[in-house]
Write a protein that binds this ligand. Structure first.
Ligand code: AOF
Ligand code: ZN
Length: 324
């Protein structure tokens, strides 16, 4: 196998951390001896061991100088919530490392690689950089733009319609399109965001369903922009894992928090939330909230418009429905 294929394995292992790593990156690691993977590890959650440490802890045999450690992100060399991976790598006698991308965290940013090279380790990379950066686009966005990666998703008919003439909902997408967007959009973002109008009109579940079965292992945070706190108490999204973003002076019924809903008060100028303040709150870990690095904006039209005006869009996905 070539380097790329082992990096692909790292990317697959990294997915185990999806929805649990908060503002940290998704990272996987493999140890290869004579062309065979002999150990695997991943970063399982915010504050937990990094992928390399997880792998090395699970592997209790000696590491040989010819063994190769693969990891999709440059090993860290700083003290964060966990100690630096570079030091453990050196202590355990790893002499060859292949990495997928540089760590955009300014505390690392190439210094991890430098530390290993200075200690005489053979380091190869970045290998499969584009794929690695795509997996961690949220983490990169956070490091470089101080906000999550934002994907806008819209569904519209061929002729541009998004609702019936009388404003009532129109089924636009096919079951195939729904399966695709649950797997590749909802299942690949830390949060799904909608405006309050969408909750009042459609009462959506905002979970991840594949072939009509709810996926349990990873549920993105549900965020509702609701300046006046009009969310109906019988809406399907009421409960844990939902965050209502409301204006600082709005009246919030105590029942919301009693039922496990997280309430975020953000400055609102009568038209628009202060996005900077919103991103800061959503990317700052607090208690058992570890923060998010990506958001899927699902609508409706007013919410899309707000994001367009703010210019905070990284990816635009339009699902076009066919007239039946
Ligand atoms: C790695 N392997 O698996 C991860 C890395 O607070 P800490 O100690 O968890 O450090 C978080 C930072 O460490 C994060 O911002 C990123 O720079 C790096 N994450 N590094 O070598 C890993 N998750
Ligand atoms: Zn590390």
């Amino acid at each position: 196998m070539h380097h790329a294929e082992y990096i692909h394995r790292c990317l697959a292992l990294a997915e185990n951390g999806r929805g649990r790593t908060g503002i940290n990156p998704l990272v996987g690691s493999v140890l290869v001896r004579d062309g065979t993977v002999i150990a695997e590890g991943w970063h399982a959650g915010f504050g937990d061991d990094h992928a390399e440490r997880d792998l090395i802890k699970k592997f209790d045999q000696d590491i040989r100088p010819t063994d190769v450690l693969y990891v999709n992100l440059e090993p860290c060399c700083h003290h964060g919530k966990t100690p630096p991976c570079t030091e453990l790598i050196l202590e355990r006698g790893v002499r060859r490392v292949v990495f997928g991308m540089f760590d955009p965290n300014p505390l690392v940013a190439g210094q991890g690689i430098q530390r290993l090279r200075d200690a005489g380790v053979e380091v190869i990379g970045p290998v499969e950089r584009a794929r690695c950066e795509w997996l961690n686009r949220g983490f990169i966005s956070l490091m470089q733009q101080r906000r999550p990666w934002v994907t806008l998703k819209r569904a519209q008919m061929h002729d541009g319609r998004i609702a019936q003439e009388d404003g009532s909902p129109l089924k636009i997408t096919s079951p195939e399109q729904d399966t695709w967007s649950h797997a590749w959009l909802r299942g690949k973002h830390d949060a799904i965001l909608v405006g309050i109008e969408t909750i009042i009109r459609d009462d959506p579940q905002l979970n991840v369903r594949l072939k009509n079965k709810k996926v349990e292992q990873f549920i993105p945070l549900r965020i509702v922009l609701d300046p006046k706190c009009r969310v109906p108490m019988d809406a399907q999204i009421i409960g844990e894992g939902t965050c209502i973003v409301t204006a600082q002076d709005s009246e919030v019924p105590s029942e919301l928090e009693e039922r496990g809903v997280q309430v975020l008060r953000i400055p609102f100028d009568g038209k628009q939330f202060d996005f900077c303040a919103l991103w800061k709150a959503l990317t700052t870990p607090k208690d058992d909230f570890f923060g998010i690095t990506s958001v899927l904006v699902e609508g409706g039209p007013r919410t899309w418009e707000r994001f367009r005006q703010a210019g905070d869009i990284d990816e635009d996905v339009i699902l076009v429905g066919r007239a039946s």
